[in-house]
Design a protein around this ligand. Structure first.
Ligand code: AMP
Length: 381
């Protein structure tokens, strides 16, 4: 009986637990919050990520360690790695935790990306903003997610406001300035690499964000074959360089024929949630297979698959469940503004039929704006 330890007990851990049950796995999840939602399905150990005594107790209970949360301190990951196998490895986690390190890596690997610069002072910010052109985006190097810790600089008049908003973070998290990409679409590659180096990727996924937070995904993404192949090739390069084991996501911008890398997430990813009901093997199952050194499952998409994120509170499930391939995922969380509380997956072999189903769901839940870009992409197939 193998016990997998997961650092972080949110919905990603919860879905790993669900995917791991048929494999006969047991889990212990570790989270600072006593109400972490994976704790409804698996034993939860409550502790701080930098509490060595709590981590020692956790290590003693598990055979292998992985993450649902990438901002576990790198020192804690390294400490655990001296006691148990930890996947992805702590060095890979450290790179992916820091926007400057990951972008420097992309550049070294020849992966195209927008211009970026490490920012240490207001004067450096002003100089680089002029060099990159405005708009541009000031971000914290660490601990930012879902558009948090970002300031969009639209013109020189915004530079002081940007520095006021984020300048205090220079020592705490570091700052990075990025050129703004006027993208046509956002896409991601969700990929997996096994302990033996085997690499597989799900088809490129198209993503739509609202206020920096993922709203909907569609696979395969509306993108050319060349873009699919290039994006998956970039993901492979990153995984091989980092000796990465497990699932990760590489987020990219499409601008015309160009693909520009944005960031990587060293874990199962929201843009791969469709794989639970729309792929031969889900990202959650393949992550566990990778971490345990088991053969990886096929990553092909079953027709067209889409995911709708639910933020704040769960809508009524019935409209989705009434669809032939509608699946409901409720994370068991308390409602809170902006919080990811669940998602729905729908799939169909036929693009037009999936578009019809999405329109019915959008209408029934008064979420026409959320489904509309996905419907449009499907109608163009
Ligand atoms: P991130 O936290 O870097 O994934 O950013 C959240 C969202 O902000 C992205 O999904 C984009 O919609 C937008 N964004 C971030 N960086 C850029 C950029 N350099 N150019 C244009 N949009 C961006």
């Amino acid at each position: 009986m193998t016990t997998v330890g997961i650092l972080g007990g949110g919905q990603l851990a919860r879905m790993m637990v669900l995917a791991g049950a048929p494999l006969g796995l047991r889990f212990v999840v570790f989270d600072p919050a006593a109400d972490a939602c994976a704790g409804q399905l698996a034993p939860l150990q409550v502790g701080a990520f930098d509490d060595t005594a709590a981590l020692a107790e956790f290590a003693a209970r598990v055979d292998v360690v992985t993450f649902d949360f990438e901002n576990v301190p790198a020192t804690s990951a390294r400490w655990l790695a001296e006691r148990r196998p930890v996947f992805p490895n702590p060095a890979a986690l450290a790179v992916a935790q820091d926007r400057l390190s990951e972008k420097t890596l992309f550049q070294e690997l020849g992966i195209p990306l927008p211009p970026f610069a490490d920012i240490r002072s207001r004067d450096e910010l002003a100089a680089k903003a002029v060099e990159f052109g405005m708009p541009c985006i000031l971000k914290t190097r660490r601990l930012g997610y879902d558009g948090k810790g970002q300031f969009r600089i639209r013109g020189e008049a915004d530079i002081d406001a940007a520095w006021q908003a984020l300048g205090a973070q220079v020592d705490a998290t570091g700052l990075i300035l990025e050129g703004f990409v006027a993208f046509d679409r956002e896409v991601s590659v969700v990929a997996v690499r096994g302990r033996d180096g085997e690499f597989r990727a799900w088809p490129l996924t198209g993503n739509w964000h609202v206020d920096g937070v993922l709203s909907a995904s569609l696979a395969p993404a509306p993108a050319s074959v060349a873009q699919h192949e290039a994006a998956i090739g970039y993901a492979r390069r990153v995984a091989e360089r980092l000796d990465y084991v497990g699932v990760f996501a590489l987020e990219l911008f499409c601008r015309g024929d160009e693909l520009l890398a944005n960031e990587m997430a060293p874990r199962v990813h929201n843009s791969g949630h469709w794989t639970s009901d729309g792929a031969e093997t889900s990202q959650f199952e393949n992550h566990l297979r990778a971490v345990l050194g088991l053969p990886l499952g096929d990553t092909r998409v079953l027709g067209y698959a889409c995911m709708l994120n639910w933020l704040g509170r769960m809508p009524d499930a019935r409209a989705v469940l009434a669809e032939p391939s509608g699946h409901w995922h409720d994370y068991g969380k308390q409602p809170r503004d902006g919080r990811k509380v669940g998602h729905a997956n729908l799939r169909d072999d036929d693009a037009a039929a999936l578009a019809d189903a999405l329109e019915r769901v959008g209408q029934a839940l008064a979420r026409q704006a959320q489904v509309e870009p996905v419907v449009r992409a499907l109608r163009e197939r």
